[in-house]
Design a binder for this molecule. Structure first.
Ligand code: FES
Length: 128
């Protein structure tokens, strides 16, 4: 993971935290970023479902070992855009509900985050 990725931070908005812009998902289908700092620091991923275009957000921590899923920024989807893939040991998670369907933590889930889209911005509804 690059230092540039570590420096990418969500931006506070008017009462909500702006995670990213919808257009930020165009290149890879997902965006990985950091919220907060120090003890309150949380890794987050935002992903767009390939079939429906619905946007989901999860705490970016694999249920197996707690590490972020990606090795390279924003690279968490498989080629088909059907599963989020943990680069550490290969666990595969369904995009719509974060359920692990293969790998060492099969049956576990990514922790979902409540978001809403507003004018092309993806906003975090609940605190992490
Ligand atoms: S840390 Fe994700 S599969 Fe092991």
């Amino acid at each position: 993971m690059t230092e540039a990725h570590r420096q990418r931070r969500a931006q506070p908005g008017e009462g909500s935290t702006v995670l990213c812009m919808l257009a930020d998902l165009d290149a890879t289908g997902a965006r990985t970023l950091t919220l907060g700092a120090g003890e309150g620091r949380r890794e987050v991923l935002v992903v767009r479902e390939g079939k429906t275009g619905a946007v989901r957000a999860y705490v970016n921590a694999c249920p197996h070992k707690g590490t972020p899923l990606e090795t390279f920024p924003d690279r968490v989807l498989d080629r088909e855009g059907r599963h989020l893939v943990c680069s550490t040991h290969g666990a595969r998670f369904r995009v719509p509900d974060g359920l692990c369907v293969a790998g060492p933590c099969k049956g576990a889930r990514l922790v979902p985050l409540a978001i809403r889209c507003d004018g092309g911005r993806i906003l975090l509804v609940e605190p992490v």
